[in-house]
Ligand binder design. Structure first.
Ligand code: ADE
Ligand code: ZN
Length: 344
């Protein structure tokens, strides 16, 4: 029942649906209001110094047009407190979206290039995550994402520094401009991360072709694909992803705002669910794309008229595909079963 136009689900129930968020860039949670507040706090003059002028920049034509603003806005992140405040603001909003476990990416190279020390970003984010369970009831994990439009040697150097400082990361990811920067560029990086016992994910098939998804699996050994929507263009790849139940962390509102798809109605997610792919719903960069994971679910339900069983399945996929400990997954699956029982 993925396309029934007359099925309904109560918005409050949707917000209470217990879920894991597995594809989230913490720098992409920086709301325009907080950008201006941090700019004032740090004495930084932004090119768009008012809410009105800044908000007018949030129209994107593709991934690169978004990345330009995303990196420019990071200029306001200077101190550990800035990183901690950004992270806490995300956790507060994620809780309102029903997120109970979050795996959070950050872009260390994007801060180093601005002269911000690795320890400032890591310690600031980690300090907010340390009290996340107590403050917000959200368990968390941190993933260092590397910029694929930078050389592999830069990523390797930063990974070594993260390992040397015993940064509390559970894995690595690969993000930024996809086309022209294929997985094959980062084989040594992923080998090093695997040898260090880290979990492996990568963006693939957002704007890039299905072959990037295949290469991320074959050449990098990733356990999860971020996005993966263009996999639907290759039926043999779909068969493999279904057979192996490779998790795909889909971000519907992001895909619409970055024009990876024309409209939400044209998004391949219903088709992906019907094919038996292991998909879940995520927000990517919620401050830029029209909302958090709850807003993504709400838009999908409004568009496709999904019933409780469909959203429950997506939430179950997110919990099962997470890197949370088995006991935590069981706890969240029990919560999900209780949610389901409350719907009947
Ligand atoms: N960095 C932040 N958001 C991203 C996205 N959607 N794709 C690639 N890199 C990103
Ligand atoms: Zn992303």
């Amino acid at each position: 029942m993925t396309h029934s136009p007359d099925a309904t689900i109560d918005p409050a129930a949707l917000a209470a649906l217990p879920k894991a968020e597995l594809h989230l860039h913490i720098e992409g949670t920086l709301e325009a209001e907080l950008i201006l507040e941090l700019a004032a706090r740090n004495g930084i003059t932004l090119p768009f110094p008012t809410l009105e002028t800044l908000s007018a920049q949030y129209e994107f034509t593709d991934l690169q047009s978004f990345l330009n603003l995303y990196y420019a806005n990071m200029a306001v992140l200077i101190t550990e407190a800035d990183f901690a405040d950004m992270t806490r603001a995300y956790l507060r909003r994620a809780r309102e979206s029903g997120v109970r476990h979050a795996e959070i990416m950050f872009d260390p190279q994007a801060h180093l290039v601005r002269g911000i020390e690795l320890s400032t970003a890591v310690n600031g984010i980690a300090s907010a995550l340390a009290s996340s369970e107590a403050d917000f009831g959200i368990t968390t994990a941190l993933i260092a994402a590397f910029l694929r439009d930078e050389p592999e040697d830069s990523a390797l150097e930063v990974l070594e520094a993260l390992l040397a400082m015993e940064a509390p990361i559970i894995g690595i990811g690969l993000d930024s401009a996809e086309v022209g920067n294929p997985p094959s560029k980062f084989i040594r990086l992923y080998q090093r991360a695997a040898a260090a016992g880290l979990r492996l994910v990568a963006h693939a098939g957002e704007e890039g072709p299905p072959s990037y998804v295949e290469d991320a699996l074959n050449l990098l050994g990733v356990e999860r694909i971020d996005h993966g929507i263009r996999a639907v263009e290759d039926k043999f790849l779909v068969q493999r992803l279904v057979a192996e139940q490779v998790p795909l962390t889909v971000c519907p509102l992001s895909n619409v705002r970055l024009r990876a798809v024309d409209t939400l109605a044209a998004h391949p997610l219903p088709q992906m669910i019907d094919a038996g792919l292991n998909v879940c719903v995520n927000s990517d960069d919620p401050a830029y794309f029209g909302g958090h994971v709850g807003a993504n679910f709400a838009a999908l339900v409004a568009e496709f008229g999904w019933d409780g069983a469909t959203v429950e399945k997506l939430a179950r996929n997110s919990i099962r595909s997470s890197f949370a400990a088995a006991g935590r997954k069981d706890e969240l699956l029990d919560e999900l079963a209780a949610w389901s029982a409350s719907q009947t």
